[in-house]
Structures are given as structure tokens and as C-alpha cells.
Design a protein around this ligand. Structure first.
Ligand code: ATP
Ligand code: MG
Ligand code: FE
Length: 338
């Protein structure tokens, strides 16, 4: 089957065409960094307007790149949440309109499911169940991915997401926006042992993550050390926390592989440390190529392909969901957010 995927939940607008046998036929993407840079972060209203301007042209460009029309597509997958509501609505409404006009089914995709299944797009051998570290701008979770639509959340952050910590650290260091790649670049020139920083919840019996204390500690040392040394020490602290929590989770599950996804998975230190942890456990390590880690529409089209193959399509009145947990049961037990 051939699936058209649409993404617009944060500050990337994207359209892609992906087949159920893992061929990426076309993918287009428009970032909004320049529009948000003066504000040091994503401004929801600016993001929504930018999505409106480029969504339809990106769909047309993807179809043109593939040399096909909507009639050749089997289903239309669009991110329906979680994310900034104005942006989510742009992609979802576009997907609904295209579905209505073409008579093709709509697949409403959870953006986090897009990240969670993205490693299977480029690795045909990745089988369920796998332990997934989902590290992005808004989330930091350990999930046992048992199948399409079957996600068991083992841990989450009790405060900031890992990507958020990278972005805030970049801001504190004056490294600009977006922060993750800037911190990684500065860290390459610094000494990771130069600045003493805390590792929140390291060794804790609780399964969860915490990064707020690390961010506050960074705020206190800014100016006392070089930006490169702070960046390197911060990045090492994040890696230590991610590895400690993932090691704890590995002990409690039977997984076929250790997998990382989400924007922070583009970080080479994070990938390297997880690879070593997997090797230590005799497990395969799987990470998507860098461009599939940060937001894109190929992962949404792929999640759409997986859902479509499982017979999961959605009605045209499917709502946009600013909040949409992958494992609702976990949130019921712990309460909102945690
Ligand atoms: P979510 O997926 O939780 O809704 P999002 O879609 O905004 O959030 P992604 O696009 O998946 O997040 O990831 C963006 C995040 O990844 C940002 O916080 C960014 O700083 C971080 N990031 C991107 N590249 C790197 C890198 N090389 N090192 C560290 N962090 C990175
Ligand atoms: Mg982004
Ligand atoms: Fe994302």
C-alpha cells in the first residue's frame, strides 16, 4: 500500500509518501527556525500560520516528486496530536479534506507513535517487543513497544523533557535556537568533567526521569566556565541519566532490541552510550537515521502504513488532541503528566 503522511504538530511542516514495504517514495519538509529564532523558542501562533502557508504546497511537491496523483494513494495519514493545537489542526484538516475529496481512508496518527515506529521503517528486522527510549522536545519516556497500538509506558519525566533541557541550556549559554544541535556542537569542543553537575534520580528505585534540577544547576554555573565546558558537562549528565534509567528498565523487560527515537536520538553521544549499553546486555541497538529522528512526515506515513495494514482507519470527525498519551493506563495510575 502507498500512504501519504502529513506532519505539523510543532515547528516542522512535512509531507511524505511511503509504501508498506518500506520504500520512501517522496518526502518534503519546511522548518520554521528563522521565524521563531527572534523569540528563542516556538511561538504557537506563528507556527500555525506558517503551517497553513506551506502544507498544501508540500503535499503537491511530494506528489510531483513521486510523479503520481492522489488517486494512486491508498490512505492518508495525518498527525492528530499531541502537539500545538493550531498546528495539529492544519495537518489534520488538510488530511481530512484530501481524504474526503479522494474517497481514500484517513488514518489519524499519534505523533509519538510516529516516533515510536520510525525505527521499523529503516530496519526491516526490528521485531516486537522492543524497549524504546523516546527522547524528544516534549517527551522523555521508556516504552515497551509490544505491537502497533500496544505501548506500555515504563517511565516518564517528572518535570522537563530531555530535549527541553537541551533547548533551555542552549538559551542559558546563548547558543541560539534550536538548542540541541547547538549544544552538541559546543560540547564537542569542551571538557565533560570540567563542571560538576547533578544527575537527578540517578540510581533511584523509581523508574522515572528528571531534568529540572540539572537545568537549574546549569543556570548557576553559566559565566563561571566556558560555554563549551558547560555544554560538554551538561550533555554528559543527560547521557548518564538516560543510560542509568534505561539500564534499570532493561532489567525488567524481555526485549528483542534496545531502540532510541525522537529528536534527541540525533545526538551522537546519546547514540554511542546506548549502543554500548545494548552491547553490554547482548542486545541489538537500533536508531533511525538522523533525519528520521527529528520531526518529519515519513514517520507519520510509516505509522499510517502500519495502522492501515492492521485495518485501523479513522472517521473524518476524528478530533485534534493537544494531549494524547501513548499509554493512557499509565497516566491513569500516576495522574496527569507523570
Ligand atoms: P515531541 O515529539 O515530544 O512532540 P518535538 O516534536 O518538538 O516534541 P522532536 O522534533 O522530536 O521534538 O525533537 C526536537 C528536540 O530534539 C528539540 O528539543 C531539540 O533540541 C532536540 N535535538 C535535536 N537534535 C539534537 C541533538 N543533536 N542533540 C540533542 N538534542 C537534539
Ligand atoms: Mg522542530
Ligand atoms: Fe516530535
Amino acid at each position: 500500500a502507498l500512504i501519504l503522511g502529513l506532519e505539523s504538530s510543532c515547528d516542522e511542516t512535512a509531507a511524505a509518501l511511503v509504501t508498506s514495504d518500506r520504500r520512501i517514495i517522496a518526502h518534503t519538509l519546511a522548518g520554521q527556525e528563522a521565524a521563531h529564532r527572534p523569540y528563542g523558542g516556538v511561538v504557537p501562533e506563528i507556527a500555525a500560520r506558517a503551517h497553513v502557508e506551506v502544507m498544501a504546497p508540500l503535499v503537491e511537491a511530494a506528489l510531483a516528486e513521486a510523479g503520481i496523483t492522489l488517486a494512486d494513494v491508498d490512505a492518508i495519514a495525518a498527525t492528530a496530536g499531541p502537539g500545538l493545537i493550531g498546528g495539529v489542526m492544519v495537518g489534520l484538516v488538510t488530511g481530512k479534506a484530501l481524504a474526503l475529496a479522494s474517497g481514500k481512508p484517513l488514518v489519524a496518527v499519534n505523533h509519538l507513535e510516529g516516533h515510536a515506529l520510525s525505527p521499523r521503517l529503516t530496519d526491516p528486522d526490528l521485531a516486537f517487543p522492543y524497549l524504546l527510549l523516546l527522547v524528544s522536545g516534549g517527551h522523555c519516556q521508556l516504552l515497551l513497544v509490544e505491537g502497533v497500538g500496544a505501548y506500555r509506558r515504563l517511565a516518564t519525566t517528572i518535570d522537563d523533557a530531555a530535549g527541553e533541557a537541551f533547548d533551555k541550556t542552549a538559551k542559558l549559554l546563548g547558543l541560539g535556537f534550536p538548542g540541541g544541535p547547538a549544544v552538541e556542537k559546543a560540547a564537542a569542543l569542551g571538557d565533560a568533567r570540567a563542571v560538576p553537575l547533578p544527575r537527578p534520580l540517578l540510581g533511584s528505585a523509581e523508574p522515572h526521569f528528571s531534568f529540572a534540577g540539572l537545568k537549574s544547576a546549569v543556570a548557576r554555573v553559566v559565566g563561571q566556565y566556558s560555554a563549551q565546558d558547560v555544554a560538554a558537562s551538561f550533555q554528559q549528565a543527560v547521557v548518564d541519566c538516560l543510560i542509568d534509567r534505561t539500564r534499570r528498565a532493561l532489567a525488567s523487560v524481555d526485549a528483542t532490541a534496545l531502540v532510541v527515537a525522537g529528536g534527541v536520538a540525533a545526538n551522537a553521544s546519546v547514540r554511542g552510550a546506548l549502543q554500548a549499553l545494548a552491547t553490554e546486555h547482548g542486545l541489538r541497538f537500533v536508531a533511525p537515521p538522523l533525519w528520521l529522528c527529528t520531526d518529519n512526515a515519513a514517520m507519520i506515513a510509516w505509522a499510517g502504513a502500519e495502522r492501515f495494514a492492521a485495518g485501523l482507519t479513522d472517521p473524518l470527525d476524528f478530533p485534534a488532541r493537544p494531549r494524547w498519551p501513548l499509554d493512557p493506563d499509565a497516566e491513569k495510575v500516576r495522574g496527569a503528566g507523570v
